[in-house]
Ligand binder design. Structure first.
Ligand SMILES: Cc1cc2nc3c(=O)[nH]c(=O)nc-3n(C[C@H](O)[C@H](O)[C@H](O)COP(=O)(O)OP(=O)(O)OC[C@H]3O[C@@H](n4cnc5c(N)ncnc54)[C@H](O)[C@@H]3O)c2cc1C
Length: 360
C-alpha cells in the first residue's frame, strides 16, 4: 500500500510529492481530470522559489519558458525607486507542464479521484495531503474556520510587451488599487490590477486603472485573456488533523502583493513532507509534529498579514474600502494569535534540516 495520497494537480501538489520522494516515499497523486487544466495567473518567481524548485525538481530547466528579470521598479505613493531583484516570470501553465515532465512526477501514479469521498481516501491511505479545495473532499472538523482577510481581487491580462527594459517588473500604487507589469517572454507581458472589491466588469476596471496610471499605462496596447482572481489572504483553521494536512491555496493564501505566494507554498509542502516522515518513522509523536506544522505556518501567516497591513497603510490609509481590507487583516491576525495561545502544544521545538524535521 502506498501510504501517502496527495490530492490535487497544482504546484503545491507536485511539491509535496517531490518533497516526500526526497525522503524515500512514493505518493499517489489523486486528481480530478475534469478540473486539471485550469489556467492560473502568470507568476514572478523570486530567488527563493527558484532555489526551492531547483532542489525539489533538479532535472527541470525553468529557463525554457520563462523570462529572467533583474530589477523591480516601484512607485508606492512616493518617488519611484528601482531595486535589484532577481526573478523569473513564467505563465503558471508553463511551470506546471515543466514540473509534470520532471522525473519525480513521471514516476508518480496518477489516480482519478473525482468519485472518491474524503472517507474513502482516508481508508486507503495512512496520510492524505490536500492541496485542492474540492467541495466535500476534506473531512474538516465542525469547528473548522475559514479566516479571510478582505475581499480584494486581481484582474489579470496578457499584453504585447513594449517596455524599455525586458528585465524589469513594475509596481505602481493608484488612488484605490495597484498595478503590476512584468514581461513573460520576448513578445508578451503580464498585467495585473488589484482592487478592494471584485469588479462587475473586469476589463473595464483594468482600463480604468490604466487611465490613472502614469507609468505602466505607457507600456500597454491591447488587453488579451482578461481574468479575475480573488486575492485576499486567508487561512483555514485547523491546517491539519489525524491523518491529514492541507498545503497550498486551500490552506493558506498569501496576498500576491508580497510576491511570496509560491515560496510560501513550496516551504509548506516541504514542511508537510517532513512532518509526515517524522511521524511515519516514529521520530516525533504525531500530536507534536502536527502542532509544529500548524504553529509554524500560522506564525508566518500572521507576519505576512502584519507586513501587508503596513504596506497598504502607506498608500491607502484614507481610502474606506482599503481600510476595511486592513481591518479584516487586523481581526484575523488577532484571532489567530489567540488560537495559537490556546493550543495545548504551541512551542516550536523542531527544525527542518534539508527535508527532515529534527528536535532542537
Ligand atoms: C492573481 C495572482 C497572482 C499571483 N502572483 C504570484 C507571483 O507573482 N509570485 C508568486 O510567487 N505567487 C503568486 N501568486 C500565488 C501563487 O499563484 C500560488 O501561491 C502558488 O501558485 C501556489 O499554488 P497552489 O498549487 O497552492 O495553488 P493553485 O491551485 O495553483 O492556485 C493558484 C491560484 O489559482 C486559483 N485557482 C486554482 N484553481 C482554480 C480554479 N479551478 N478556478 C479558479 N481559480 C483557481 C487559486 O485560488 C489561486 O489563487 C499569485 C496568486 C494570484 C491569485
Amino acid at each position: 500500500m502506498t501510504s501517502v495520497a496527495v490530492v490535487g494537480d497544482s504546484l503545491s501538489a507536485y511539491a509535496v510529492v517531490a518533497a516526500l520522494a526526497k525522503l524515500g516515499y512514493r505518493c499517489d497523486l489523486l486528481c480530478d481530470p475534469a478540473k486539471s487544466h485550469f489556467y492560473g495567473p502568470s507568476l514572478v518567481l523570486n530567488d527563493v522559489s527558484e532555489t526551492l524548485l531547483g532542489k525539489l525538481f533538479p532535472d527541470v530547466n525553468l529557463g525554457v519558458y520563462s523570462q529572467r528579470l533583474t530589477h523591480r521598479w516601484v512607485r508606492w505613493g512616493t518617488q519611484p525607486v528601482q531595486v535589484e531583484q532577481p526573478a523569473l516570470a513564467i505563465r503558471s501553465h508553463s511551470l506546471l507542464e515543466l514540473l509534470r515532465n520532471s522525473k519525480v512526477m513521471q514516476h508518480t501514479r496518477v489516480i482519478d479521484a473525482s468519485q472518491l469521498t474524503a472517507q474513502q481516501i482516508s481508508q486507503n491511505y495512512t496520510w492524505t495531503v490536500y492541496t485542492r479545495h474540492k467541495k466535500g473532499a476534506i473531512a474538516l472538523p465542525e469547528s473548522s474556520q475559514s479566516l479571510v482577510g478582505g475581499q480584494r481581487a486581481i484582474v489579470t491580462a496578457e499584453v504585447q510587451d513594449t517596455p524599455k527594459s525586458a528585465h524589469t517588473c513594475y509596481i505602481e500604487s493608484l488612488a484605490d488599487g495597484w498595478l503590476f507589469y512584468a514581461p513573460v517572454d520576448r513578445s508578451s507581458a503580464m498585467l495585473q490590477a488589484c482592487l478592494p472589491i471584485t469588479p462587475a466588469n473586469p476589463r473595464r476596471a483594468l482600463l480604468e486603472c490604466l487611465y490613472q496610471s502614469t507609468t505602466i499605462s505607457a507600456f500597454v496596447n491591447d488587453l488579451q485573456k482578461v481574468d479575475c482572481f480573488s486575492s485576499a489572504p486567508h487561512l483555514q483553521w485547523p491546517l491539519c488533523g489525524s491523518g491529514w494536512l492541507m498545503v497550498g491555496e486551500p490552506a493558506i493564501k498569501i496576498d500576491p502583493v508580497s510576491g511570496e505566494g509560491t515560496p510560501f507554498a513550496l516551504r509548506s509542502a516541504i514542511l508537510a513532507g517532513a512532518v509526515i516522515d517524522a511521524i511515519l518513522s516514529d521520530r516525533i509523536p504525531d500530536i507534536s509534529a502536527l502542532s509544529h506544522y500548524q504553529t509554524r505556518l500560522t506564525h508566518s501567516f500572521i507576519s505576512h498579514l502584519r507586513g501587508c497591513i503596513q504596506f497598504y497603510r502607506e498608500v491607502f490609509s484614507t481610502n474606506l474600502a482599503w481600510q476595511a481590507e486592513m481591518n479584516q487583516m487586523i481581526d484575523i491576525a488577532k484571532t489567530l494569535s489567540n488560537q495559537l495561545e490556546q493550543q495545548a502544544v504551541n512551542m516550536l521545538n523542531y527544525r527542518l534540516i534539508d527535508f527532515e524535521l529534527h528536535i532542537g
